[in-house]
Write a protein that binds this ligand. Structure first.
Ligand code: ADP
Ligand code: ASP
Ligand code: MG
Length: 472
């Protein structure tokens, strides 16, 4: 069975026009004999606004919170009205949207009374985005002749109880997808479900972390052994850098799972870092495609990409990082000392991105700012501690970087006007990273891009598109 999972991000469902485009893309796949499972994000910016409503309410600003909710209610009602014309379906949908917002307003009023927001309530609040979009999009698909069934993702994506960053329970998801999605597909239906949201054993709503709809798509693809997982977004694919930073970024035609995972982890927002995992497990290709330019072939992520003559495939940047310097002249190289340092990070459940040691100091980078004071207080029992925020990690990804002589000299030559704070090449053969001040990040990426993507391998990069852009 040619089953494909098609995930549409916030911009692909941002308004009635975008949802219309999305419906046409799905209808095209059905007409080509495919069996799609559709996973949708909340409409663009809705998750941010829901979070803002929650934090405002918990800070005592009930009026502000309810006014955000009221604007979101109007936006969903208007979009639904523009999409669904059948009177019975419209009436039902509008009533359902109102009921959801009435419930949300009640939660916000409650938060404004107790003046406290917990991760569990935050997940319940933000889940409204995907619950609303999926139901509305399913109705729009039906009206456009697609045989659709809306599915509540929380019935399928079982997770643990780490609210805001829940981990999926694969075996249960496989079982539930087989029981609930497979029969729909067998009867010729297109299931439409929200990404990002799930629920724990007790049925309490959880989320997979920001950008998590990509992860949902991959989990469903893995559970049902899909032939492909398609991530539909607002750019032509994985590019040689964020096109918002480098307008001349090129589309990468093909890239390996390993390289894509590295890029996603180190900040290329186009893919959620966990997306690749389920795909790797079942060796399912992932395609990154543009819903505003659906005929473009996008990026194909596969287990073994063809050899690339250009050293790097793409440059990613992770911002909002901090560096912690731990200085202890006497104890540093003594047995068990590093273990003690890492135990502190472990205790605070804080992941470390990069580590570098000198004779008297250890420098570590982390992406959590709220935990820093407590971590520093614990570390100061072991040594002198300093920390500094507003750092950015630039990560160059390409195959076999270690095997290429003089590569580090070329990289640092390209950014010699920028103060580099930490460097790491580590054991990974496909990643070279360094840490700089956040304010230098865009300039560093542009300099590196200019240095390394002048003469790109046409087998791997869409050189034609750049030529066409320059000649027009
Ligand atoms: P969606 O809402 O569809 O999930 P996202 O906003 O999460 O979309 O991701 C798409 C965005 O990722 C693009 O608009 C682009 O600005 C950004 N981005 C960052 N790095 C890259 C990259 N290397 N290639 C493509 N897009 C990138
Ligand atoms: N709506 C969620 C977010 O904005 C999940 C997603 O879009 O992937 O983070
Ligand atoms: Mg995304």
């Amino acid at each position: 069975m040619s089953l494909v999972v098609m995930k549409f991000g916030g911009t692909s469902v941002e308004d009635a026009t975008a949802i219309g485009r999305t419906a046409a893309i799905v209808a095209g796949r059905v007409a080509a004999g495919k069996k799609p499972v559709v996973v949708v994000s909340a409409m663009a910016k809705v998750t941010d606004l829901l979070l803002r409503a929650g934090t405002s309410a918990a800070a005592g600003d009930k009026t502000g919170a309810l006014s955000i909710s009221s604007r979101l209610r109007c936006r969903h009602r208007d979009t639904a009205a523009a999409l669904v014309k059948d009177p019975k379906e419209t009436a039902e949908l509008q009533k359902w949207i109102d009921a959801k917002f009435d419930g949300l307003d009640e939660i916000l009023r409650g938060l404004a009374a107790i003046l406290e927001m917990t991760p569990r309530i935050s997940d319940l609040i933000v889940s409204h985005g995907e619950r609303l979009s999926s139901r509305m999009i399913a109705a729009a698909f039906r009206e456009r002749g697609i045989n659709t069934e809306a599915v509540d993702a929380r019935q399928i994506i079982l997770t643990d109880s780490q609210f805001q960053k829940a981990m999926p329970i694969d075996a249960a998801i496989e079982k539930r997808a087989e029981e609930q999605l497979r029969p729909l597909l067998d009867s010729g239906k297109v299931p439409v479900m929200g990404g990002f949201i799930g629920s724990n054993e007790a049925g309490i709503t959880t989320t997979l972390g920001r950008g998590g709809s990509d992860f949902t798509a991959a989990l469903i693809g893995g559970a049902l052994n899909a032939e492909a997982i398609e991530i539909w977004t607002d750019v032509d694919g994985i590019m040689t850098s964020d096109p918002r930073v480098c307008p001349d970024a090129l589309r990468v035609k093909v890239i390996s799972f390993e390289e894509a995972a590295e890029l996603a982890y180190f900040g290329a927002k186009v893919l959620h870092p966990a997306t690749i995992l389920p795909a790797v497990k079942k060796n399912i290709p992932v395609l990154v495609l543009n819903s505003k330019n659906p005929t473009n072939e996008g990026t194909r992520i596969i287990s073994l990409a063809p050899h690339c003559k250009t050293p790097f495939k793409s440059i990613a940047v992770k911002k909002k990082l901090s560096i912690i310097d731990v200085v202890a002249s006497r104890m540093l190289m003594t047995h068990g000392y590093l273990k003690e340092i890492f135990t502190v990070f472990d205790r605070h459940q804080c992941a470390v991105d990069m580590v570098s040691t000198s004779e008297v100091s250890v420098s570590l980078t982390v992406d959590s700012t709220d935990k820093l004071p407590a971590i520093a207080a614990d570390l100061s029992k072991l040594a002198d501690v300093k920390y500094e925020g507003k750092k950015a990690l630039v990560c160059m990804v390409g195959e076999d970087i270690r095997g290429q002589n003089g590569m580090a000299a070329q990289v640092f030559g390209a950014v010699k006007h920028i103060n580099v704070r930490m460097i790491s090449q580590g054991a990974s053969e496909i990643n070279m990273s360094f840490m700089i001040d956040e304010e230098d990040a865009d300039e560093a990426v542009r300099s590196l891009h200019a240095a390394f993507f002048q003469d790109p391998d046409p087998e791997i990069f869409d050189v034609e598109a750049r030529k066409a852009a320059f000649s027009s």
